[in-house]
Structure formats: structure tokens, C-alpha cells
Ligand binder design. Structure first.
Ligand code: B16
Ligand code: MG
Length: 211
């Protein structure tokens, strides 16, 4: 029944949360905008410009569109500096084991990420040639919770959505998978999924769901 597994990147395969946090925090501090970990949690799975709008909820003045573009670019520059230090050791526990087991059993694997930095992150963690398809922030016009990123991944693989499983750490990502007509597995407590796992180190996707 399940022929392909579509993995979210940030929070499922690798954790760049702290990199996003430090980059947004540096930009917000420079602008005198209050920002903390709790606000950062709301940015999980959300596109860069939508994230900026959340950060700017605490701003004390309005920003023009050009200024917003500059703020997003500045944050991304800081973020790029931080992710340039990622290595394969930053893969989240259980991610590689699950990916290898699925592949070894003939299941297709893809990335479905909101991040425009997906190609850089995959290169840093040594997985740039691993996946059967990569759908990311560079090939979509609508961000999660819209299903576009996962529908494009399924299309690249040539697998009907109903035969795909989406693995996500964000509520927006689970909603995207569901709206795309896919089965969903939540890690780290994302809400609304068909299946739940605390993290991938204690969960064998092939044995528990696919097989
Ligand atoms: P970028 P995912 C998402 O990745 C992150 O969770 C989210 O925090 C970030 O704002 C978004 O990518 C866009 O990232 O600025 O690199 O394009 O969880 O969908 O893999
Ligand atoms: Mg994520």
C-alpha cells in the first residue's frame, strides 16, 4: 500500500532549529525586536517570508516590502553561515537507519521541505545523492500547510498520493500531507497525524507502517 515515504527535512532528518533561532535572534536584536525560543517554535515548517511576518508581530514600527526583503536576506545570510558547519554527525538519531531500511526494501524516499536551503543542507550532511526525489522551497509557490511540496514530490516519484507516507515534525506539515491525501507520521508531537512516534530512533517506519 505505501510505496514511497516523503520526509520533511528540518526536524525530521536534521535539526537546524537552533541555526534558525540564532539567525532570527541576531537579526531581531539588531532591529530591537523581541524574539525568543517560544516564537521560534512557531516558525517550524513555515516559509521564510511567513516566518518573518511572525517575527515582525513584535516590531514597534511598520516595515516596507523592500525592508522586509532585506531583513529576510540578512537572516538568511546569518543562517547560511551557521549551516555551513553542519556535518553528517548532525543527522537526527534513527533517520539514517530508517532511510536505509526503506531503500533496502524497495520503498522510494523523497524530501519534502519548505526550505530554499535544502540543497545546501543535503550536501552538508552527505545526502545530496541519496533521495529518489527532492521537492523543496525552490520548486513551490505555496508553503505548508498547502500540500504542494508533497504533491510535487509524489509526482516526481510517479507514486499516487494515497500510496505515500509523509513524515513531519510540524503541525503545518502534517496538515499539508493530509490535504494532499497522504498518510502521515508525526514525530516530536506534531498534531493530527495517522501515526505518532516520539522520534525516529525508537521507531522503525518500515516494520511498523509500510510492511
Ligand atoms: P529557508 P522544513 C523549514 O524546513 C523550517 O522548518 C522553517 O523553520 C523554515 O522557515 C523554512 O524551512 C524555510 O527555510 O529560510 O531555509 O528557506 O521543516 O520544511 O524542512
Ligand atoms: Mg520540519
Amino acid at each position: 500500500m505505501i510505496k514511497a515515504v516523503l520526509f520533511d527535512l528540518d526536524g525530521v532528518i536534521v535539526s537546524t532549529d537552533h541555526c534558525h533561532y540564532r539567525a532570527w535572534k541576531r537579526m531581531a536584536d539588531e532591529e530591537g525586536i523581541y524574539f525568543d525560543e517560544k516564537i521560534n517554535d512557531r516558525l517550524r515548517g513555515v516559509s521564510r517570508m511567513a516566518s518573518l511576518e511572525i517575527v515582525l508581530e513584535r516590531a514597534t514600527r511598520a516595515y516596507t516590502d523592500d525592508e522586509k526583503k532585506e531583513l529576510a536576506e540578512r537572516k538568511n545570510g546569518y543562517y547560511r553561515e551557521l549551516i555551513s558547519e553542519l556535518t553528517p554527525a548532525d543527522l537526527l538519531p534513527g533517520a539514517m537507519e530508517n532511510l536505509n531500511k526503506l531503500k533496502d526494501n524497495g520503498i522510494l524516499v523523497a524530501v519534502g521541505s519548505s526550505s530554499k536551503n535544502t540543497p545546501i543542507i543535503l550536501r552538508q550532511i552527505g545526502l545530496d545523492a541519496f533521495f529518489d526525489a527532492v521537492s523543496d522551497g525552490n520548486n513551490i509557490t505555496r508553503s505548508k500547510p498547502d500540500p504542494e511540496v508533497f504533491l510535487k514530490a509524489a509526482e516526481m516519484l510517479g507514486v499516487p498520493p494515497a500510496e505515500c507516507l509523509v513524515v513531519e515534525d510540524a503541525d503545518a506539515g502534517i496538515e499539508a500531507g493530509r490535504r494532499g491525501g497522504m498518510k502521515t507520521l508525526s514525530v516530536k508531537g506534531a498534531a493530527g497525524a495517522d501515526y505518532f512516534a516520539p522520534d525516529l530512533s525508537s521507531f522503525d517506519i518500515y516494520e511498523k507502517i509500510v510492511r
